[in-house]
Design a binder for this molecule. Structure first.
Ligand SMILES: [Cu+2]
Length: 239
């Protein structure tokens, strides 16, 4: 009797395993590399930062803008890649919070992406005050403007409407910017320093993949997810 129970359990495990394997095989990852052709304009030194004593003491060399994060072979970071027009699929409410930090009188990262309903936590790691000023342009995403003293509690933001490059600025330090893209699905990724991106667990179907760079504009490619991972690469050119 005991062994019969054990056999039943084993069968259940096998069936559960097969169902699990089936689900994994059905969803695939979209992977790719973003490349920049040509030499981008030089980044600008943020000289006002070094004129502010509180901020200057946290730097030994003058920081620059980060408009084109490009590697030796043209690997382009900070490109926001997403599945265009996929809405109503957000898992943001249960996703771990995204974090935007203020460090050395700069936002880090400067480009990030979140889901609708996902918490965005803004930290102040600096020994000086910042004024976090979010300036959305899509109706339904609220503007907000809050001072954050050194050691103050983290600020938390949530946006319910998709928006590309929602701007965060600091009203104390006018050179501080971050751009947060909000998607109504989990299907997006910001390219890393190797220009790579992965959009995970995409259900089968036909999609338009959109790659958006804040300075270089937007490109799209149509593709289909069937039963395996799909590669989609993008090349941007300096205008
Ligand atoms: Cu600031």
């Amino acid at each position: 009797m005991k062994s019969g129970h054990a056999v039943k359990k084993t069968v259940l495990f096998i069936v559960a395993g097969l169902i699990g394997a089936g689900q994994i095989a059905c969803a695939a990852d979209i992977v790719g590399v973003i490349t920049l052709k040509g030499t981008p304009p030089p980044e600008k030194e943020i000289t006002p930062l070094m004129e502010n004593p509180d901020c200057a003491k946290m730097h030994t060399i003058t920081p620059t803008t980060h408009f084109y994060m490009v590697g030796a072979k043209g690997e382009l970071a900070d490109v926001v890649v997403s599945l265009k027009g996929v809405t109503g699929k957000s898992t943001g409410v249960s996703a771990p919070p995204a974090v935007l930090d203020q460090k050395g009188c700069l936002y880090t990262p400067t480009i990030l992406a979140i889901q609708t309903g996902q918490k965005l936590i803004v930290k102040n790691s600096d020994p000086c005050i910042h004024n976090v000023h979010a300036t959305p342009s899509v109706p339904g995403n609220p503007e907000s403007n809050q001072g954050q003293a050194p050691g103050a509690a983290d600020l938390t933001y949530t946006y319910m409407q998709p928006e590309m490059f929602l701007r965060f600025k600091c009203d104390v330090h006018p050179w501080m910017f971050a751009w947060v893209s909000v998607f109504d699905s989990p299907y997006f990724c910001v390219s890393d320093k190797d220009g790579k991106f992965v959009i995970k667990n995409v259900p089968p179907g036909k999609y338009t993949v959109e790659a958006a760079h804040r300075k270089l504009g937007t490109q799209t490619q149509d593709m289909e997810v069937k039963d395996g991972d799909v590669a989609v690469n993008f090349t941007f050119a300096v205008k």
